[in-house]
Design a protein around this ligand. Structure first.
Ligand code: HEC
Ligand code: HEC
Ligand code: HEC
Ligand code: HEC
Ligand code: HEC
Ligand code: HEC
Length: 418
């Protein structure tokens, strides 16, 4: 319904209106800074209520002497450990000396926003222990969108009314001037203006419902389909430490990460025809026979162990696509992993611990924009940014302390929409 081409070709007063709406939109996003920062940087290892790779963060402030100390920890945890802080050393040992990522790029305010968010979440969790975290999150996202469309609809309706009113008055004035007597008022059900307004309102409500439905369709967070072969990321990039790029060859060069062909699998599986690793279990908890799964790969490849292989006989494996943005959205992996230096895990979760792949992030527009608002561009030693010399100057002269993706245009509609 709200086609972007229409939005960009509309006249000036409506443009201001749109600006106003996007201002409201970003204001409501502002309140979610802490949540966004947490999701983007910490959620791959921490939950507020559950122990993941790192401890559950509920009540963390009561375990530390001050926020300053927590800032130091998040900026560089190994420094705190090396300083001999007893609590930190014990915690580090308790977590099998797992190194937490250092976040020198987060400012003190950023970390405070995260800590505030944790506080809010722990109160929520205490209030409703039963509500799963994932669901509250989607509900909040949807609330945002509903607000946006609600306001948009209301404002458009008011503008339509005003324009019709002005139009009617102008006509009356023109008629008066020319001495044409005012016509008898027509009953409202035959009045063209009212009919137009009524149609418009119906149209807007219909459009809203359709878009709302579409938003729901686009959201597939946690989507985890059955795949034709039980292929484990825990076994491949995890235990056997195969580089993501070995299989997802496009990820540093192009838009698509790409799914590997049978030929790439066979580079290794000509030789590896048995699975002898740790026991594998599917999502239902049933044990999976890895060797039998490798046999399935051989069927697709048209390969019989011991005989020469003819790669031209290989049939493609029908992997079910999990992540899927709508066609009107532009997203490039290279831009994010090369220029933006964003880790795969930030958007896809701890892939190396998944036996079966699923969609970790919501892939909603709010998710993209939240990250662009809060993520600082890494200018240092990044040739890609030579065009932003002005910002670099401003940072040097302390006019700004950092530049977010939004500052370089990452919240402009046309950057993400065709
Ligand atoms: C790569 C995984 C990882 C990421 C990402 C990560 N952490 Fe941690 N964090 C850990 C681990 C593991 C520990 C436990 C201590 C240790 O082993 O160093 C920890 C400990 C902590 C603690 C101390 C907890 C306590 O109970 O006292 C805080 C606070 C913390 N992390 C905050 C954060 C914040 C804030 C972020 C995001 C900006 C973050 N962490 C991102 C792994 C991670
Ligand atoms: C040995 C090859 C191989 C390696 C290494 C590998 N992957 Fe994959 N990946 C696959 C295959 C095959 C699929 C499709 C089957 C599936 O979804 O499980 C896939 C699917 C995915 C998907 C979901 C694609 C979709 O359908 O939306 C993501 C995300 C992903 N991989 C991320 C990673 C990351 C991150 C790494 C590195 C930590 C990695 N992969 C390493 C082979 C590999
Ligand atoms: C900024 C977030 C982000 C980062 C970082 C990221 N991805 Fe993705 N990934 C996405 C999104 C969004 C999609 C869906 C793209 C689409 O539908 O066009 C996706 C899709 C995929 C797919 C399946 C479809 C495709 O593009 O072929 C694979 C495989 C994948 N990612 C692997 C990786 C690997 C490997 C890395 C790290 C080297 C990585 N991703 C880093 C957001 C990200
Ligand atoms: C770089 C080498 C390499 C590549 C490429 C590779 N594998 Fe593997 N694969 C392994 C290793 C190593 C094991 C573990 C063997 C063991 O532990 O006994 C394995 C195990 C497996 C298993 C049994 C465990 C499981 O995950 O269910 C299957 C099935 C499998 N691979 C399928 C594939 C498919 C499909 C591809 C292509 C998308 C592929 N492999 C690409 C090295 C590779
Ligand atoms: C985890 C953080 C993160 C998420 C999530 C994210 N991005 Fe980005 N994005 C970045 C960073 C960092 C850059 C800066 C890289 C650069 O400047 O080229 C960027 C840059 C971009 C750009 C180029 C902007 C410009 O000014 O040239 C586009 C387009 C874009 N992202 C689209 C998306 C879309 C679409 C999504 C959601 C599907 C998304 N991004 C999700 C971090 C993120
Ligand atoms: C950082 C990338 C990004 C930017 C900037 C962006 N969008 Fe989006 N937009 C998306 C993504 C991703 C989706 C798909 C969301 C989904 O499928 O849930 C989307 C979907 C939409 C939709 C369809 C409804 C929906 O939620 O699916 C509309 C309308 C829309 N955007 C309008 C805009 C307008 C207007 C702007 C400028 C104020 C804008 N977008 C800026 C990424 C972006």
């Amino acid at each position: 319904m709200f086609k972007l081409r229409q939005l960009t070709t509309i006249t000036t007063p409506k443009k201001y209106l749109l600006l106003f709406v996007s201002f409201l939109f970003s204001a409501s996003l502002f309140a979610q800074d802490g949540k966004a920062l947490f999701t983007a940087n910490c959620a791959s290892c921490h939950s507020v209520t559950k122990k993941l790779t790192g401890p559950a963060l509920a009540g963390v402030e009561s375990r530390w002497p001050s926020r300053e100390k927590l800032h130091d920890w998040v900026h560089n945890s190994s420094k705190v450990i090396q300083s001999g802080d007893e609590y930190a050393v014990n915690l580090f040992n308790e977590y099998n000396k797992t190194q937490m990522t250092a976040f020198p790029q987060l400012s003190a305010q950023d970390i405070d926003a995260i800590l505030d968010y944790i506080k809010v979440e722990e109160t929520k969790a205490a209030a409703a222990t039963a509500a799963p975290v994932g669901e509250t999150q989607t509900a909040a996202d949807n609330g945002d969108q509903t607000l946006l469309y609600g306001i948009l609809t209301l404002i458009l309706a008011i503008v339509a009314f005003t324009l019709l009113y002005i139009n009617a008055n102008l006509k009356k004035m023109a008629d008066d001037k020319e001495g044409i007597p005012a016509t008898e008022p027509i009953p409202f059900w035959r009045n063209k203006a009212y009919i137009t307004v009524f149609t418009l309102v119906l149209f807007l409500i219909g459009g809203y419902l359709i878009t709302d439905g579409a938003v729901g369709l686009g959201r597939q967070q946690k989507y985890e389909p059955h795949q034709p072969i039980f292929f484990s990321h825990k076994v491949h990039p995890g235990v056997n430490q195969i580089n993501c790029q070995y299989c997802h060859i496009g990820v540093y060069q192009g838009k698509q990460a790409t799914i590997p062909t049978v030929n790439i699998c066979m580079n290794c599986h000509m030789a590896i025809n048995e699975y002898k690793g740790e026991k594998l279990f599917n999502a239902e908890g049933k044990e999976v026979d890895g060797t039998a799964e490798i046999q399935k790969l051989y069927k697709y490849a048209g390969f019989e162990p011991g005989k020469p292989w003819d790669p031209s006989k290989a049939k493609p494996i029908e992997w079910v696509r999990i992540h899927n943005l709508p066609d009107h959205v532009f997203f490039s992996h290279a831009q994010h992993v090369n220029a933006g230096r964003v880790q795969c895990q930030t958007c896809h979760g701890e892939v190396t611990s998944y036996n079966e792949m699923f969609q970790f992030a919501p892939l909603s527009m709010g998710w993209c924009i939240n990250c662009h608002r809060t993520t600082k561009v890494q200018f240092e030693s990044n040739g890609f940014y030579s065009m932003y010399e002005k910002y670099k100057e401003d940072i040097k002269n302390h006019k700004m302390d950092s530049v977010t993706v939004k500052d370089i245009g990452g919240a402009e509609c046309q950057k993400c929409h065709y």
